[in-house]
Design a protein around this ligand. Structure first.
Ligand code: GLU
Length: 432
């Protein structure tokens, strides 16, 4: 993945560059933030609060590996803002997870929970490791040690982790167990748990399902015909694979999907259930029967109607933005489009549905899971999906309405709405 050189950005009040530079992840999130802050006329003193984190914890995570040697990993939990409720956000395991990336993702969570109006703030965690080369037992030991080490800043009313890249329901089960063994049975301490341990029906599919709902609403309001529309999905993890399995309900045809090993393409449409089974059995979508193998870069540049980056950050950047052909880009991943690329897409008349709206279905159902845990009550999956639909559609129509009234792009509208909510909550609390 491309890592661009860092360019420092304009100070508040100083003229902004006419062209967005390529920035590191936290600078990039703050670039989007600053544009929205300018738009709503946010005071500089408030900017200083939102442009940094409330608390950043870096911890050492020593793990005895299966071969007997001790490996010392570095873990992070960043709490960005809790004006609207407890800190909330996932934990990712990735070799590139560093403080800057986790900070950026924590800030995005603050804006995401505000856009969908659920009573949480924003946080993120990460451990810099390569889970692809670790055994299940090594991952379990890592998870338990990381959880114990950060446990004193967690709490069901303080900070509630969830899955993210390379973590899943099993990871959450270990986290809950590690926390509960110290503090007593506490299912609400994490969301995205297995259903058998207090997880919510519909949580695993929620992010992908929310992206489908968002695409449906966007297509209706922006006059995009989805009947027979072609879709390319970059990433076939939890989010991408659920999205690909569900988007057919809108009448679309998924023509390409990918994972870290490469992409598969069939211009007539992929048999998604077959590709899913193939990927589960062989460990990759590559070589699924009836498909042609292409690269991840080629997938992004396919001549499709809808492009859904559902993997890592910054995959659409200054290097490829002018070759994106899709009419609408729906950000299922967090921060897949850099500020420079965002401008190129905007100038080319492309629609970008921003991450803090499009992929908010996951944290929305996390909220439902937390509510169910606290109430010690279980909702049916139909109720979960119906509430998710309502939340996503309300958020879409707020963002689209604001974008229309202010004549601004959807990302700027989403950030503006979020900023106003968080700033108002901070003021009501008397924080400033
Ligand atoms: N990791 C997901 C996200 O980036 C979900 C976070 C959560 O459920 O707390 O939105």
């Amino acid at each position: 993945m491309q890592r661009e050189e860092t360019v420092s950005e304009a100070e508040p009040g100083k003229p902004r560059p006419t062209r967005a530079p390529e920035l590191n992840p936290f600078e990039a999130v703050n670039y989007f933030f600053d544009r929205a802050a300018d738009h709503i006329g946010l005071k500089d003193e408030m900017r200083a609060i939102f442009r940094s984190s409330y608390r950043e914890l870096t911890v050492q995570v020593p793990v005895r590996m299966d071969d007997g040697h001790l490996e010392v990993f570095t873990g992070y939990r960043v709490q960005h803002n809790a004006a609207r409720g407890p800190y909330k956000g996932g934990v990712r395991y990735h070799p590139d997870a560093d403080l800057d990336e986790v900070r950026a993702l924590a800030s995005l969570m603050t804006w995401k929970t505000a856009v969908v109006d659920i009573p949480f703030g924003g946080a993120k965690g990460g451990v810099q490791c390569d889970p692809k080369v670790m055994s299940v037992r090594e991952k379990e030991r890592l998870t338990r040690r990381f959880t114990q080490t950060i446990s004193y800043i967690l709490g069901i009313n303080r900070d509630i982790p969830a899955p993210d890249v390379n973590t899943d329901a099993q990871t959450m089960a270990w986290m809950m167990d590690a926390y509960s063994s110290r503090y007593g049975y506490t299912p609400a301490i994490v969301t995205g748990k297995p259903v058998e341990l207090g997880g919510s029906f519909g949580r695993a599919a929620a992010t992908g399902r929310g992206v489908v709902y968002c695409l449906e609403d966007a297509a209706r309001d922006l006059d995009i015909n989805l009947d027979g529309a072609t879709v390319a999905v970059q990433g076939f993890g939890n989010v991408g694979s659920w999205f690909a399995r569900l988007v057919g309900d809108l009448g679309c045809r998924v023509v390409a999907v990918s994972d870290v090993r490469g992409a598969v393409y069939n211009p007539n449409g992929l048999e998604i259930p077959a590709v899913f089974d193939w990927s589960n059995e062989s460990g990759s979508v590559v070589d699924a029967p009836g498909t042609e193998t292409i690269t991840n870069d080629e997938l992004l540049e396919l001549d499709v109607d809808v492009l859904v980056p559902a993997a890592l950050d910054r995959v659409i950047n200054e290097g490829n933005a002018d070759r994106i052909k899709a009419r609408i880009v729906v950000e299922a991943a967090n921060h897949p489009v850099t500020p420079a690329a965002d401008e190129v897409l905007h100038r080319a008349g492309k629609i970008v549905v921003p991450d803090i709206l499009a992929n908010a279905g996951g944290v929305t159902v996390s909220y439902f899971e937390w509510v169910q845990n606290i109430q010690q009550f279980r909702w049916e999956e139909e109720q979960v999906n119906a509430e998710l639909r309502k939340t996503m559609s309300r958020a879409w129509s707020n963002v689209h309405g604001r974008a229309t009234v202010d004549a601004i792009p959807l990302r700027l509208a989403a950030f503006a709405i979020a900023l106003e909510k968080v700033e108002y909550a901070d003021r009501l609390r008397g924080y400033v």
